[in-house]
Design a binder for this molecule. Sequence first.
Ligand SMILES: C[S@@+](CC[C@H](N)C(=O)[O-])C[C@H]1O[C@@H](n2cnc3c(N)ncnc32)[C@H](O)[C@@H]1O
Length: 280
Amino acid sequence: MPARARSLSLRRVSELPLLYADADLRAELEARLPRAVWEASFEFRAETAEPEEGFRLRKTDGGWELEVLDGSGWKPLRIDFRKGPLAVRRERSPVMHEPLRDLLQGQGPALAKQAPRVWDGTLGLGEDSFLMASWGCEVVSFERNPLLFFLVDRALAAYRADAAAPPLKWELRFGDVRSHFDASLDVARRPEIIYLDPMYPDRKKAALGTKELRVVKGVVGNAPVGEENDLVARAMSFATKKVLLKRPLHAETLVVEGRAPQAKLGRSTRWDIYAARSRP
Ligand SMILES: C[S@@+](CC[C@H](N)C(=O)[O-])C[C@H]1O[C@@H](n2cnc3c(N)ncnc32)[C@H](O)[C@@H]1O
């Protein structure tokens, strides 16, 4: 996990983001992932301590909430797949133009009839994974940050507990997706498509993006230089059909091991398409 900028406060003991959570909440976190995993990513503070900066976790009747202590006055972030913008997008998707859905479908029949196996290597807040699963894809998603993994895991559990919510073929796994690219895995069990949306390292203020994206950036920090290239190269050797790399519309093109991708353009997003090396 990359180190974050050190706070000016003398009371900090590490360079990790601060996470305020009381003992009960910590016990719930540690019931899902080991304490050592949490402590490698966050410096914990008890809820009673005076908030300085960082993030505060709360559990409410409506679900888990993450508050950003940066004076922005933002409402806490809550992931909800049952209602809100994502649920609306799912409901409208039969009639809405979704470039990503066209890409997943290729020239084949409708996704619901013949849905590809997709691995999403960069779960984040789970938005893209949720949409792909709600279009019928079999999705396995990977996240190496314990807090984001935990929040999506709990939101998915709440979705599944709702009897009215349509079923999804969606599985979450904690860890770096690259450690799951097992060369000995039978081709029939490999993903046809690997989807990647790594944090884009643009430090211009105008490029900070939505509140959600800024929260994710604050939680995970910057990825090491060159990591995107490594991620795409390894994914190309593991997927059986293609690798999709989501980028800002005007981001430079990543040529990976001499291969330039084809591109599909959305309104503010571009998906770069790399052919898999391991096509059966
Ligand atoms: C920009 S966010 C993804 C947003 C996501 N597409 C969504 O719809 O919410 C990038 C996420 O990928 C995660 N990530 C980056 N590289 C990873 C890797 N190699 N393995 C697992 N997770 C990774 C980061 O921790 C971060 O949460």
